[in-house]
Design a protein around this ligand. Structure first.
Ligand code: 4NP
Length: 165
């Protein structure tokens, strides 16, 4: 059995897989490593739109993330039907991502899909992680604030859940 088969697998989804979801992946990977949980969790990210496939994250996202100590190296890829089978949890950034997944989901894996904002603990007024692509620096900073908050909430929840199994 592949070693990753025993890990709990999390897939972050956004539209282009060059801003929000690769940042979520980088933050979550660092959080997992910081808590010494690499043997329990595996993280990846993908986009609904495949137009940026093969590209590094948007330069603005990389610069803002680097300032907080995250080195984003993921190469953009489009989500596949197999991802919905492989991953245990599929975390979308906004309602439009959720709608974009509708045609791919089947009743078997429907329960795996959740919105990132559900895990926010310190940003009660945000109901999504908004697309920063057409925003300025403050949009990228907001995304990172929200992702750090939600990743912590998500990891705490998953640790509790998987401890009980
Ligand atoms: P992301 O941001 O979904 O957070 O990666 C976007 C990236 C690219 C585009 C839109 C949003 N785009 O239209 O190309």
């Amino acid at each position: 059995m592949d070693k990753s088969d025993s890990k709990y697998k999390i897939l972050f989804i956004c539209l282009g897989n060059i801003c929000r979801s690769p940042a979520a992946q980088g933050i979550m990977e660092q959080m997992i490593a910081g808590r010494g949980l690499q043997d329990r969790f595996m993280v990846d990210s993908a986009g609904l739109y495949g137009g940026h496939s093969g590209s590094l994250p948007d330069r603005r996202m990389r610069v803002h993330a680097q300032r907080r100590g995250y080195n984003l190296t993921h190469l953009s890829r489009q989500i596949t039907g197999k991802d919905l089978e492989t991953f245990d949890l599929i975390v979308v950034m906004d309602r439009s991502n959720l709608q974009g997944l509708q045609h791919m989901k089947d009743p078997v894996n429907e329960h795996k899909v959740v919105e990132m904002a559900r895990f926010l603990r310190h940003h009660p007024h945000n109901d999504c992680v908004p697309d920063p692509y057409y925003d300025g620096a403050e949009g990228f900073e907001l995304v990172l604030d929200l992702l750090e908050d939600a990743c912590e909430g998500l990891l705490d929840e998953l640790c509790k859940k998987t401890d009980q199994q």
